[in-house]
Write a protein that binds this ligand. Structure first.
Ligand code: IMP
Length: 177
């Protein structure tokens, strides 16, 4: 599908399924090398990262584990700015090598607020893998260790990302027109 409409907005294809898959595979291959002989624990942040996490995981060949957690929700096209809750953090993080999986880093506030809570559990290392990063929008200092695509500060949907709950099901990533 080349263009879609959700509520009041129109979106057109920005990153194709093939482009996304190739990049996700590259990231997995880099992680396979970086973590050879180790056993990272991925923490995938729901809802948006479910497709990224699923695809990345298929390309990993190292011993690895994954856990899914849910943080703040995002209303409409502007970040609510507040991390409301974290549900599902039921694994022991002590001395674990953590890799956070996030769909998109926009202002950076979500991760900036959440990372200290993970560090309280004394993991032995912590890295962040974000499929998308909007550098122009980022206001909170974060080190992103693996980035899929740096994109302009325009709203995107698809491949797990939503506009008001809709649009997560598309295989391509669409940008607002
Ligand atoms: P941040 O705290 O401002 O970095 O926002 C992070 C969260 O906002 C992401 O995990 C997404 O859920 C949501 N978000 C930010 N930008 C977009 C976008 O362009 N499309 C869909 N969701 C977005």
């Amino acid at each position: 599908m080349s263009a879609i409409r959700i509520h009041d907005k129109s979106f057109e294809v920005y990153l194709s399924e093939a482009t996304i898959q190739e990049r996700v595979k590259n990231i997995a291959e880099t992680i396979n090398k970086d973590y050879q002989g180790r056993r990272p624990l991925f923490i995938a942040i729901l809802n948006g990262s479910f497709m990224f996490a699923a695809d990345l995981f298929k390309y990993l060949t190292i011993d690895t584990e994954i856990s899914f957690i849910k943080l703040a929700s995002y209303k409409g096209m502007r970040s609510s700015g507040n991390v409301i809750t974290s549900i599902g953090l039921d694994v022991d993080l002590f001395k674990k090598e953590l890799i956070i999986l996030e769909d998109i880093v926009d202002t950076g506030k979500t991760l900036y607020n959440f990372i200290p809570k993970l560090k309280d559990h004394h993991p032995s290392s912590l890295k962040i893998a974000a499929l998308l990063h909007k550098p122009e929008a980022t206001q909170f200092p974060l080190t992103l260790d693996y980035i899929g695509f740096s994109i302009p500060d325009k709203f995107v949907i698809g491949y797990g990302l939503d506009y008001d709950g809709l649009g997560r099901n598309y295989r391509d990533i669409y940008q607002v027109v």
